[in-house]
Design a protein around this ligand. Structure first.
Ligand code: LLP
Length: 421
């Protein structure tokens, strides 16, 4: 029996023969459901995007750190980053060794820096102060520096990480001082990285920033330039969140080919033999995840119709935090066509900002329906909280052969109390 709105997942066989309703029943809601097939397809697309020797994909795990997801990425040949001891812990649980992890740090304390050094990780620092700290803790060691190319991009001011208004990276005009610190501590410059921001759908800014990075490194003193083994251009590749509006995809292949041309030219001009990395988070995992919730109460307040669900912003914060758009599917037996109407979809948190979608034109949503929030695999569970003392949900991975694997159980009240003294 077909569902009210499910053509997207039907077309890609997301649920591998299971119905979303049966998964909701079996594991309860809210529930994050992931597709191994979609995840592998995205990994492969990324690994093949840039035809240049030394190209690699360094998955930025902040988007989703479940070790089962990370293990799939490892099998597909991706390396990973970490930006906190917790992310590092998850990387290690998933079987990544220190040579497969870049520690992309920002404002970390000496203990964290010491621990990264002790584990033989390649650390990227993003200020002169942190370079000084690194040098004092690990004289003669290898280090990376993060550069601000002066161009930022992103879906919200909150996620633009380069340009004039950003806490990140070292400004090119301070590079002379950075080089002096390298010299002072006898450090070897293992690599240079940047990240301009999160979610762009046109490649131009990224490619321009890549060109700026390459030109900048080309102008480094020869001795330093020749030490470099890693050039990391960052992530930010957008995915089409408006699935039911037929939003176009980012042309990853065109981006990769242009990037390859730039890298090849750099290689020829400088004799570089190292790696060229991209560092996507969202692109790897977003589309592999769907968040299932249940519609608990539908009502009219004044002019507005509200569909109240159990997906509060403690479970998925992106709409409340950035005004982000996620598309929906509606899983309920199609007994008759439901009229399209404007509906505001809300959660169960005690704040009026707990809105998943505002005045969205959707088929009439009814109590008891299971709602699928699409493209929830990135920055979904990873940003979930226990606000209002709501328990964080479970996560289920649908393997390529259709096997279901619970990869994280739902939290319990004991989990809420676990750190109390
Ligand atoms: N590399 C670095 C150094 C980063 O800071 C980030 C993301 C990435 C790579 C991966 O960016 P991506 O490819 O996922 O765009 N919570 C926000 C996104 C924050 C991104 C932070 N940095 C959201 O839900 O949209």
């Amino acid at each position: 029996m077909s569902d009210i709105r499910s053509s997207y997942t039907d077309d890609i066989n997301f649920y591998r023969g299971w119905s979303a309703r049966s998964l909701a029943e079996r594991y309860g809601t809210p529930l994050y459901v992931y597709s191994e097939a979609v995840l592998r397809a995205r990994c492969r697309e990324l690994m093949a995007m840039c035809p240049v020797e030394g190209f690699g994909v360094n998955y930025s795990v902040k988007a989703n750190t479940n070790p089962a997801i990370l293990a799939v990425c490892r099998e597909e040949g991706l390396t990973v980053d970490a930006m906190s001891p917790g992310e590092l812990y998850m990387d290690e649980l998933a079987g990544f060794g220190p040579d497969k992890i870049l520690y992309i740090s920002n404002n970390i304390d000496p203990e964290e820096m010491r621990s990264a050094i002790a584990r033989h990780l390649t650390v990227s620092v993003d200020s002169l102060a942190q370079l000084e700290l690194y040098g004092s803790l690990n004289p003669g060691g290898d280090v990376m520096i993060r550069i601000n190319p002066g161009i930022g991009e992103g879906h919200s001011d909150k996620v633009i990480t380069a340009g004039k208004e950003t806490k990140f990276a070292i400004s090119p005009e301070l590079l002379g001082e950075a080089f002096a610190l390298l010299e002072k501590h006898g450090l070897r410059l293992r690599g240079v990285n940047q990240h301009i921001g999160s979610l762009f759908m046109q490649p131009d800014g990224y490619l321009k920033a890549a060109g700026i990075l390459l030109a900048c490194v080309k102008a480094f003193p020869r001795k330093l330039r020749d030490q470099i083994e890693i050039l990391d251009f960052g992530g930010g590749f957008g995915i089409p969140y408006r699935k039911y509006d037929g939003e176009a995809r980012l042309d990853l292949k065109a981006l990769g080919e242009d990037l390859a041309r730039q890298c090849e030219a750099y290689r020829q001009e400088t004799g570089y033999r190292g790696r060229f990395l991209v560092e996507p988070g969202r692109y790897v995992v977003a589309e592999s995840g769907i968040l299932l919730g249940r519609v608990e109460a539908v009502k009219n307040n004044g002019e507005n119709r509200y569909a109240g669900t159990n997906v509060g912003f403690s479970v998925l914060v992106r709409p409340a935090m950035y005004g982000s758009y996620h598309d929906f599917e509606i899983y309920a037996e199609r007994q008759e066509d439901r009229p399209l109407m404007e509906q505001t979809v809300t959660g169960n948190i005690c704040e009026s900002g707990d809105v998943l979608a505002k005045k969205r034109l959707l088929p009439e949503i009814k109590e008891g329906d299971i709602l699928g929030v699409l493209d929830a695999g990135a920055y979904g569970y990873a940003m979930a909280s226990t606000y209002n003392q709501r328990l964080r949900p479970a996560e289920v991975l649908i393997r390529e052969d259709g096997t279901l694997q619970l990869i994280r159980r739902r939290e319990t009240f004991e989990d809420l109390a676990a750190a109390l003294c």
